[in-house]
Design a protein around this ligand. Sequence first.
Ligand code: TYC
Length: 102
Amino acid sequence: RNDNDTSTGIVVKSKPKTKKPAMYKVLMLNDDYTPMEFVVHVLESLFGKTRDEATRIMLHVHQRGVGVCGVYSYEVAETKVTQAIDYARQNEHPLQCTLEKE
Ligand code: TYC
């Protein structure tokens, strides 16, 4: 949009069209049954963490109840949550993940 309409003299303010996309945290929740090594494996294979990062996140969740696996666009975050829960289900673990807007 032009900032100044010269034919009418009406000033029309332009507004920036680009917006930062909303980002979403994928949170992992603790439970009493999912094996620690399975949680580490999920964090490595689905969330691209190194073995050390995955271990730190898993222990944080184990001790504190909840932790951040990563921050993504809505669509990617939603897909990660579904994949993690489905994969845990296939392996008969109750592991749960959820989304939280940043
Ligand atoms: N609390 C589980 C155990 O003692 C380990 C665990 C960690 C489970 C993180 C889920 O998101 C989780 N086996």
